[in-house]
Design a protein around this ligand. Structure first.
Ligand SMILES: [Zn+2]
Length: 316
């Protein structure tokens, strides 16, 4: 049976925008709403006799609610601008659209199917979710680095992400990942020991994947729906084993972010709507920077290209 390999180490380096200054499209929206509020009756009428005490005219409710909506937008934009400054971002991350009412149908990326993919209903391997929304999805793998500042940064900026965890890297500190989970992050399966799965038998692969399902249910209270094979390498046995213990999706990635550069699967080195982006829980011991530096690398590029970061689970 065929082996599907990922040349995730061969990607080309992307150029990064380094323009200084914080900006954002929401400011325009806030200004437009404020203008609409004024035009629709919030402005004080001129050349009128003041009403007697207790007889003041009430402002029209629609204009008032529009006004307070504009206020809320302005406040949340101000908060995000302040958070972006606090964490040293060059730009204020864009707000994603609401989750789609109808979930897109996710199928295996062409060329990434295994034999009997369709007739055995095996979980699809994909790198991009079909959507027209200008969003990308952040996924973070392994679990070696457990930086409390990273959890604060992501909560502060309200950036969603999805974790794929390997047991041998997290078993010393499940609590760190429980805190991550409590902040709204979905924890998923990245095997027990991070082995090259196509080199293992079906039964060995089942242990790597399905025993991790059991550990995750015990430690985090939920059996994951998503699984990512180490290095993006899999074969038909991998998908059969994953399906046998409840895996529905096998997202891999279209871009990988390192602390100092990007790697793209596509030759044109552009982000596409629905792309899944990979990075790792790594710290200064493994690359030249912190998780915070890595997130700056990710967020500043995504924002500069006009994309928001959305929650992968909202689209599946
Ligand atoms: Zn990994």
């Amino acid at each position: 049976m065929g082996l599907v390999g990922q040349n995730d180490k061969k990607g080309l380096r992307g150029s990064l925008c380094r323009r200084a200054g914080i900006h954002g499209g929401l400011a325009v929206l806030v200004a437009a709403l404020a203008a609409a509020a004024l035009a629709s009756g919030c402005a004080r009428p001129s050349a009128q006799v003041s009403p007697a005490p207790g007889q003041q005219r009430l402002q029209a409710p629609p204009a008032r609610s529009l006004d307070s909506y504009a206020d809320r937008l302005r406040t949340s934009y101000a908060q995000r601008t302040a958070a972006a400054r606090r964490w040293g971002l060059e730009r204020v991350p864009l707000t994603p659209p609401p989750p789609p009412a109808t979930k897109p149908k996710v199928t295996a990326r062409p060329g990434f199917e295994v034999e009997h993919q369709g007739d055995w209903d095996l979980p699809p391997v994909f790198t991009t979710v079909p959507t027209k929304d200008k969003v990308v999805f952040l996924t973070i793998d392994d679990g070696a680095e457990k930086d409390p500042a990273f959890l604060r940064m992501m909560s502060d900026l309200k950036i969603p992400y999805t974790a794929f965890l390997t047991n041998y890297l997290i078993e010393g500190d499940y609590d760190y990942f429980r805190r991550m989970q409590a902040s709204g992050v979905t924890l998923n399966n990245h095997t027990l020991r991070h082995l090259y799965l196509p080199g293992l038998s079906y039964e060995e692969q089942r242990r790597e994947i399905c025993d991790m399902q059991g550990i995750m249910r015990k430690e985090f209270g939920k059996r994951p729906r998503m699984f990512r094979p180490p290095y993006g390498n899999y074969n038909q046995d991998t998908l059969r084993a994953a399906k046998s213990c409840g895996i529905e999706y096998v997202p891999i990635w279209n871009e990988e972010v390192h602390v100092d550069h990007w790697e793209f699967r596509e030759d044109d080195q552009r982000l596409r709507p629905g792309d899944i982006v990979l990075t790792h829980f790594r710290g200064p011991g493994e690359w030249n920077g912190t998780m915070i530096d890595d997130m700056r690398q990710f967020l500043d590029h995504v924002t500069a290209k006009g994309f928001a970061v959305a929650r992968l689970e909202d689209y599946l």
